[in-house]
Design a protein around this ligand. Structure first.
Ligand SMILES: Cc1cc2nc3c(=O)[nH]c(=O)nc-3n(C[C@H](O)[C@H](O)[C@H](O)COP(=O)(O)O)c2cc1C
Length: 367
């Protein structure tokens, strides 16, 4: 796939100890097809369809504990059954030469008591409720974690990381983005604590960094990445100074030598809402010593440009990869793309909108 005349997105890259053959990364994508929070056999086909030899894939957000869930049918990695269920999926990706990281996740207050053990309130940095959203389930006002409870949550991330390695994953991506629990600690619009986890930037980032440290100590820095979205305000989790937050985080992350930092572009205020904006990830990219991954609203040309201008090392594709299982090949040949169908993103069907997007060859055979 690489060689003379390759586009920059298709050039090889050494990410820590991982030899990547190109720069196109599968974004973490929640697909709500893991019934009972257990990954299902249909995910074997889904992920292997999107695997290339030497390509990096990031698995969908995966719960670290029984309090981590906020959506139906999202996978977990805290029980033996879940770990066993991930194994054949990871094996299938490895059989095709892919590198597979598991995104470990806690939703915090983006939940409903129906998803919680004993129908308790979801936990968060705060007890401020989310305002009702245009979403089928409503959010239950959260319970603010007591200071002395926080080490247990840090430990849940550590155990989840250990489980991910046991399942065969090459590493984990700590989900510190999009208004979920870690972001609820980092952002000053949400965090109203008065203990050592609230107030100053240093205090608000303490929870995230304690998780990074625990996970690094458990599985090794060369297997740890993190996703951050300092500029986003999804789930009412915005910050008054996102650039300072992003810079403080990358500078702190440098001390742990983690393999990558994955950041969502400032133009993505929400998961899918691309807007014009003058802010940029370049200061964070420059300050971070490891591999930098950029995500959000990229197409082929934009990705080529970002790599060519050294604004990032790797480019993550979400919706385009979801709809084009052979995205790297289509980019290589500069072929047209399948259009994604939003209505089936979160349809809990094992095939429709999941593994039935056509490959280039199938389309050309149909002509
Ligand atoms: C269906 C869907 C599910 C998503 N699930 C996750 C997720 O589990 N974890 C995460 O960090 N981001 C998630 N995102 C955000 C994507 O990873 C990505 O950042 C976003 O789609 C913007 O990139 P794109 O323009 O390439 O699609 C999701 C987005 C979509 C559309």
């Amino acid at each position: 796939m690489t060689g003379e005349g390759s586009i920059p997105l298709l050039t090889p890259y050494q990410m820590g100890k991982f030899k990547l053959s190109h720069r196109i990364v599968l974004a973490p994508l929640t697909r709500v097809r893991s019934y009972g929070n257990v990954p299902q056999p249909h995910a074997i086909l889904y992920y292997s369809q999107r695997t290339t030899k030497g390509g990096l894939l990031i698995a969908e957000a995966t719960g670290v504990s029984e309090t981590a869930q906020g959506y139906p049918h999202t996978p977990g990695i805290w029980t033996k059954e879940q770990v066993e269920a991930w194994k054949p999926i990871v094996d299938a990706v490895h059989a095709k030469g892919g590198i597979f990281f598991c995104q470990i996740w806690h939703v915090g207050r983006v939940s409903n008591s129906g998803f919680q053990p004993n129908e308790q309130a979801p936990i968060s940095s705060t007890d401020k409720a989310l305002t009702p959203q245009n979403y089928p389930t409503q959010f239950t006002p959260p319970r603010r974690l007591r200071t002395e409870e926080i080490p247990q949550i840090v430990n849940d991330f550590k155990v989840a990381a250990r489980n991910a390695i046991e399942a065969g994953f090459d590493g984990v991506e700590i989900h510190g983005a999009h208004g979920y629990l870690i972001d609820q600690f980092m952002k000053d619009q949400v965090n109203d604590r008065t203990d050592q986890y609230g107030g100053s930037l240093e205090n608000r980032c303490r929870f995230a960094l304690e998780i990074v440290e625990a996970v690094v100590n458990e599985i090794g820095a060369d297997r740890v990445g993190i996703r951050l979205s300092p500029f986003a305000d999804y789930m009412e989790s915005g910050d008054s100074n996102p650039e300072a937050l992003g810079l403080y985080m990358v500078e702190s992350l440098n001390k742990y030598n983690i393999v990558y930092c994955h950041m969502v572009e400032p133009r993505m205020k929400t998961l899918e809402g691309k807007t014009e904006c003058s802010q940029s990830l370049v200061p964070m990219r420059k300050a971070f010593k490891g591999t930098f991954i950029s995500a959000g609203g990229y197409d082929r040309e934009d990705g080529i440009k970002a790599v060519a201008e050294n604004r990032t090392d790797l480019v993550c594709y979400g919706r385009l990869f979801l709809a084009n299982p052979d995205l790297p090949r289509r980019f290589e040949l500069n072929k047209p793309l399948n259009k994604y169908i939003r209505e089936t993103f979160y349809l809990p069907d094992p095939v429709v909108g999941y593994t039935d997007y056509p490959f280039l060859e199938e389309e050309e055979d149909d002509k």
